[in-house]
Write a protein that binds this ligand. Sequence first.
Ligand SMILES: [Fe+2]
Ligand SMILES: [Fe+2]
Length: 425
Amino acid sequence: MKNIVFLFLLILLACHSKKQEKINGELTQKVIHPRIYWTENPASHAIVSWTSLEEGAEHKVYYDTISHNDIKHYSLFTESASNGKITVRKEDLLSGAPSAYYHHTELEGLQSGKKYFFRFCSDNTCSPEYFFITAERNSQNLSVLYGGDSRVGEEDEEDNNPAAHATRKKMNKLIAKMLVQRPEIKALIHGADYAMDATWKHLYFWFNDHELTITPEGRVLPLIISRGNHDHEIGFTENFRLGKITEQNSDGYYYTTRLTDSIALITLNTETSMAGYQYKWLKKELPKARAANKWLLVQYHKPAYPAVKDFDREDFVRVRKYWVPLFEENRVDIALESDGHALKKTVPILKNKPDPKGIIYIGEGGLGVPQRNPHPERWYFTNGGHASSDHHVWLLDIAADSMKVKAFGANGEQILDFPLKSKYH
Ligand SMILES: [Fe+2]
Ligand SMILES: [Fe+2]
């Protein structure tokens, strides 16, 4: 008799878990595209964003510093601050992208350097559990990835289908692998030009591919975003949100990220006026950030020292005219650039000349976009610089006084490696 009861219980349990599996299977298809955005204070704040396939009425993130197998057990939850229908045209649907809704939730009051487990839910439909790690306020060390340009290329026919972007997928898998091997990596700084354009036809597949950066144990790598010339459509502001930031115009996409108490990153926007309000902001922000940080990094999309395109292009001239003098005056430690589609590292540059006291510019876009032929003969690449046609992602290993900067190719091979000393004094 005992055996029969046991068998019955076993069958009941099996049926139950099968039903759960099925429910979960259906549920996870309706809430997709997990991502984390870091803005100004990633030690205490993060934005959790996702896509739902149904409009829903209630959108929440459940989170905790310990893992749970049921949303009922999470000690914290926050309602989504921003929800809406993603702009979808006929051609987006024809590409296979479904009509969908965006959700952005601001988690505040987080503890520094902590692992946060989370699930996002639209009505009763919840994602599986993921986790991310907040920035560590007191640390002198930091490892971050930098890369840009993950769009399909018009020059590569096979890659023109956004659903079949093999190189981008490969780079994203490499990022997940690096994250497993080096769990100290805290974020991915993205130099923009995410997709061919910011229409849903392209962004839907970009977000699908972004899921490949998630590790097998469910770790989501926070993104620090900038805006590029392929990110102008409304889909960008719908799906890449900075939320509440100090600057009144978060649509300006320029802001300072306090990566630790002694390391700051200023993200700038080359797609809006470089000489107007942004310039005034930067002029005030740079000296403050320099005085308060051992390390001061800047990132923006279009390069001051291009590897591929014409040196005298108007946008590049503007970066050199308005921003570079401020970078030099405030002893910026390194500049991260994208847009060109090549691997580059300049010699240190000061007042438009090689100078050991100057700034090194690295880049410039290799997260999947077809690579172009750069100009390694330009003065800022000879005698210690580098320019080549290689898909790549950069790893910055920052310690108290020195930084190791490395570029890895699509197969995880190390291509470049150089040290940097902090200019703080
Ligand atoms: Fe670009
Ligand atoms: Fe680009």
